[in-house]
Design a protein around this ligand. Structure first.
Ligand code: GTP
Length: 364
């Protein structure tokens, strides 16, 4: 990571979304606070931002705003100063940035880092800021390369790195580079976003800046990058952190096949691997197999159950012989014996799925 000599770099963290794609996990907890590799997701972003030279962060909150202050307080545990700005009704990404900017202390020419609160990235943020300053850009966008850009809007650049367009999703994208959700804004540019209005940076601010001839730069690289907005991506993010595919100073244990939090009880006859996190006081009984998953605090995986690439919410119980693959089990839910929940299945908090009554057998 590039060393930065910037004094007191400030950032805005966008954390006000409702995280609808991650329901039911986000019914009670905002996406940026979901336990990920043993700590709230944002802990990974906060420690990385601190390493990149950020000293003060304004949280742009809306959905369940009070939970962020409860989790992170004044930020001193992270060596940061944290401020909280809340939108009574969500103002969209651009409106949220403008609203949060009222709590910035920097002058009009200073760079301000803006982060989506649901991104894991290994890119060199300090270098992105340094390039922004060197080129005197209005905004510098981190761009990442994906295999299938048709699922995203794409962001073409010219030979000098200048962004030439912000294109909507299309079956035939002109580039595989997409917006990676980490921006450096020159402070005065934020002040041009209308205040108190719903504004999208992706659909309005960036296309408008490009149209007006302002220098919008791309900072493209191929470092680790993941948007944890869907259940499958969320589980992948957690297991990648546990396995060390992305380094995080916030990881509360050594990198390895599993991360067991205090009080977790794992039978020696159970198989737990693939970057699984076993929550505090969670139990994995003998003969159970758990791979690449997140087991919440106080959850139980009974003997002979199989859990793969899934999230088991706090206090949930997976009975003997049940099979989960790519599934999300809400807090306190019970999956009765013999059930198979596959391919994106979701069980809402507190629901009990009785013992599976249908048995397929060659004898029938
Ligand atoms: P979905 O409902 O699943 O799309 O999730 P989301 O809205 O929480 O996330 P999305 O990927 O759409 O937004 C990107 C980032 O911007 C996330 O970190 C959100 O928390 C944040 N965000 C989105 N809309 C708002 C808003 O209106 N206000 C604030 N403060 N943050 C927002």
């Amino acid at each position: 990571m590039t060393e930065t000599s910037l004094p007191e770099l400030e950032a805005i963290l966008l954390v006000g979304g409702r995280g609808t794609r991650l329901r039911p996990l986000t019914l009670g907890t905002p996406k940026p606070l979901l336990p990920t590799a043993g700590v709230p997701f944002l802990a990974h972003q906060l420690t990385q931002a601190r390493q990149a030279g950020v000293r003060r962060i304004v949280f742009a909150t809306s959905y369940r705003a009070e939970m962020f202050r409860e989790a992170f307080g004044d930020g001193s545990a992270f060596g940061l100063t944290l401020e909280y700005m809340t939108e009574e009704t969500p103002l969209g990404t651009g409106g949220a940035i403008r609203n949060a900017a009222q709590a910035l202390t920097c002058g009009p020419d200073a760079p301000v880092l803006v982060l989506n609160g649901d991104i894991l990235s290994g890119h060199d943020t300090a270098d992105q800021v340094a390039r922004h300053i060197a080129r005197r850009a209005a905004v510098t966008l981190h761009l990442t390369e994906v295999e299938d850009p048709s699922r995203f809007g794409c962001v073409p650049t010219d030979d000098e790195g200048r962004v030439t367009a912000f294109l909507e999703k299309t079956p035939n994208p002109v580039t595989n580079r997409i917006n990676a959700g980490c921006y450096v804004f020159t402070r005065s540019v934020i002040d041009t976003i209308p205040q108190g209005e719903v504004v999208s940076v992706e659909r309005e601010t960036f296309p408008g800046l490009i149209e007006s001839g302002a220098l919008v730069l791309g900072y493209a690289d191929s470092a680790y990058w993941l948007d944890v907005g869907t259940p499958a991506a969320f589980v992948k993010g957690s297991r990648d952190l546990v396995l060390g595919r992305l380094a995080s100073p916030a990881l509360p244990g050594p990198v390895g096949e599993l991360l067991a939090l205090p009080g977790a009880v794992i039978s020696p006859e159970a198989k737990v691997d693939g970057g699984t996190t076993v929550g505090a006081r969670a139990v994995v009984e003998s003969g159970a197999q758990v791979s690449g998953s997140v087991l919440g605090d106080d959850s139980v995986v009974c003997s002979g159950a199989t859990v793969t690439d899934s999230v088991v919410g706090p206090g949930a119980r997976i009975a003997s012989g049940a099979v989960l693959r790519d599934a999300v089990i809400g807090d306190g839910a019970v999956v009765g014996p013999g059930n198979e929940l596959l391919a994106g299945s979701r069980l809402w908090p507190g629901v009990t799925l009785p013992e599976c009554a249908i048995r397929f057998s060659s004898d029938v």
